[in-house]
Write a protein that binds this ligand. Sequence first.
Ligand SMILES: [Zn+2]
Length: 160
Amino acid sequence: MRQSLNQQHAVVPFVECPNCKQLLEYGATMCPRCREEIDPDYALLSASVVHHNTQACAIANTIKGFDPFAYLAIPLSAVMYLIDTYAVGAPALFYFVLAWPLIPLVVILVWFKRYALFKVGDEEFARAKGDLRSSMLLWLALLAVQVIVLLWMRGRVASE
Ligand SMILES: [Zn+2]
């Protein structure tokens, strides 16, 4: 039920009942569940909060969907490393896999910049925020390993 409501958020604005937190269609004047009266000014504010929350969660889920690419980058980095070491003799292709984690990291930073101050998000928003934090750590770990390998490759070329 909750899932189907979330899918509709993108097109139909929802208002959260101030009393029982039930999601109501925008324009409702009374909560059908607890009979709380819905003030039109409150409804407008609540609808924008719900929309903001849904949007933040949707973007976070999309970003999280790219996590498997971090694991894919490990064998790819290894292949680039071997080509650079045995065919090129210096880091060249490896710079491309270094750019790989930079793209999601920038997107994650933009998300935090846009939604970090969003204090009224629900538990779904809190979970999305936690998910993105672990995505960020994953990509940062990948980047750190790649930078270490790159410095090591450069150091070896310089000493030859
Ligand atoms: Zn209610």
